[in-house]
Write a protein that binds this ligand. Structure first.
Ligand code: SF4
Length: 508
């Protein structure tokens, strides 16, 4: 017998084999797929949302579901009108409702809280920004509540409002957006018992469900599955799921289901209609071709630069719940930058850097320092420059007195990813990808100075963001260590750009 919750139901919708693995091989779960910081953000948002409808009572999470059910009954019997984490069970199906509102006629309004953002409130031109998984989650709750005999009047989704900008006190009625999905949830009701029957049958079977029947895009969507190392263990190297260059997941799955398993199979099937760049990845790999170099394309890119050249990289802090004025949910607040300046191709480097003070809004200080460090007419270069340019534009919008200077830098920014994304250079070690974390070791596989893994504490942008977010909570000694690690990490990002550009120059 398998007991389901709303998260288990959604896992089963993603892949019924996850439930079988949970039952039989749970120790193989790779917990590194769980992002602790994101889970913590979800908890903080959930706690804040509980107060949206005023006074409330909360059913405390407990190991024993029976206690949560008893508490819920106690609050309902007492006539409480807003109950957070109200819990219900029907047969083997259990669910806790984020916010339950009890109407005077005894019917329920159910609110599911997610820490994701909604679309801008004024944007009603497109489908609402709701993931299928949220609807499945709500459909399961509706099923359990109605099966228990309750009348559910409405099902709503509460998300963070991306168009809310904090000014002064946090206004949770503007911070959150509540959208009604009652009809969409009701239209899924026929699917719920069918899904329950299907996924519990798989979960309760004795033999392991064959991986080949299940593996595919679902192993990463909507969430990365922690059993991939096990289920994918017999997949050959260079299988079709390793094809990069933005080939759609549905196309790869289509090839896989058609028995085209490896890149070699793709070549034997005349390329399967893939475009030039993925085909270059495949031929380079299968035929062992040397790096592809389009000298004209690289030269054109290099000719678009002028010196002194300003190699620039931001690190940012996306706050789900805005902590400062003039911040919206998940705005990428720039917290630090690294800058290498080079006066002539291959010339010596000057390094400058900025790192905001922990717990403080760094934007004014960082904007002023950028204007001091980079002249308006300077050529700035970044890797995946759309990110840096967007942050610069946001700073320009925030500080009108610096706007002209910042927007000149914005206009003068070039993108070092272009030669790779446009296919002017490709080598086997890139594996169909073009990020700096792939291109750098492809060019310099054995250089310890350019090895992100050799860094202390901070090895990627997510770690940098998480470290800065909690920096003010650390001891003075740890703050010093973490700040040093943040500076080192960001410095490597711009040093990597310098070396990559040097390498491109030598290629032509
Ligand atoms: S790795 Fe893929 S096939 Fe295996 S349980 Fe997870 S989602 Fe299912």
């Amino acid at each position: 017998m398998i007991y389901l919750s709303k998260s288990k139901y959604c896992q089963g919708k993603q892949c019924a084999k996850i439930l079988w693995m949970n039952q039989n091989k749970k120790d193989l779960f790779d917990s590194s797929v769980l992002n602790e910081a994101r889970l913590e953000t979800g908890n903080q948002v959930g706690d804040l949302a509980m107060g949206y409808y005023g006074d409330f009572v909360e059913v405390k999470f407990g190991e024993r579901r029976s206690d949560m059910l008893a508490d819920t009954k106690k609050y309902l019997d007492a006539g409480d009108k807003v109950i957070a984490e109200a819990s219900f069970a029907f047969g083997e199906n259990f669910c806790s409702v984020d916010i339950l509102r009890v109407n005077d006629d005894g019917s329920f309004d159910v609110v599911e809280v997610k820490s994701s953002t909604s679309k801008n409130a004024e944007d009603d031109s497109d489908e609402k920004n709701v993931k299928e998984v949220y609807l499945d989650d709500m459909a399961y709750q509706y099923y359990v509540l109605t099966a228990c005999g309750y009348r559910v009047n409405s099902m709503s989704l509460m998300q963070l409002n991306r168009s809310y900008v904090r000014h002064g006190e946090l206004d949770i009625h503007k911070l959150f957006v509540v959208e009604d999905y009652t009809e969409a949830v009701r239209s899924r009701q026929a699917d719920v018992p069918e899904t329950l029957a299907r996924i519990t049958a798989v979960a309760e079977q004795e033999a392991e469900p064959p991986s080949d029947d299940y593996i595919g895009n679902r192993c990463n969507k909507p969430y990365e599955c922690g059993y991939k190392a096990f289920c994918w263990r017999n997949m050959p190297e260079n299988n079709v799921f390793d094809i990069g260059f933005r080939v759609r997941g549905t196309k790869k799955e289509e090839l896989f289901r058609a028995g085209i398993l490896t890149m070699e199979d793709v070549l034997n099937a005349d390329g399967c209609g893939l475009s030039d760049k993925p085909l270059r990845q495949i031929t380079t790999k299968v035929l062992g071709l040397p790096p592809f170099v389009d000298r004209d394309g690289i030269k054109e890119f290099l000719d678009s630069l002028w010196y002194p050249l300003y190699y620039f990289d931001f690190e940012t802090w996306p706050q789900a719940i805005p902590l400062f004025d003039d911040v919206w949910p998940y705005e990428q607040i720039p917290t630090q930058y690294s800058l290498h300046i080079q006066n002539e191709p291959g010339g010596p480097l000057i390094h400058k850097e900025f790192l905001g003070k922990e717990g403080e809004d760094p934007r004014r200080a960082i904007a002023e320092r950028i204007c001091e460090d980079i002249p308006a007419a300077g050529c700035m270069i970044a890797y995946y420059a759309a990110f840096e340019k967007t942050r610069i534009k946001e700073l320009a919008g925030l500080f009108p007195d610096l706007s002209a200077h910042l927007m000149a830098i914005y206009e003068n920014t070039r993108d070092l990813i272009d030669p790779f994304a446009k296919g002017h250079y490709y080598c086997e070690a890139m594996g169909g990808r073009t990020s700096i974390k792939v291109v750098l070791p492809a060019f310099f596989p054995d250089d310890p100075e350019l090895d992100y893994h050799a860094l202390d504490l901070i090895h990627n942008g997510t770690e940098a963001a998480d470290a800065f977010a909690t920096l003010h909570e650390q001891s003075p000694e740890d703050i010093e260590k973490i700040r040093a690690a943040l500076l080192k990490y960001c410095e490597l990002d711009t040093l990597a750009m310098v070396r990559i550009l040097d390498k491109l120059r030598t290629l032509i």
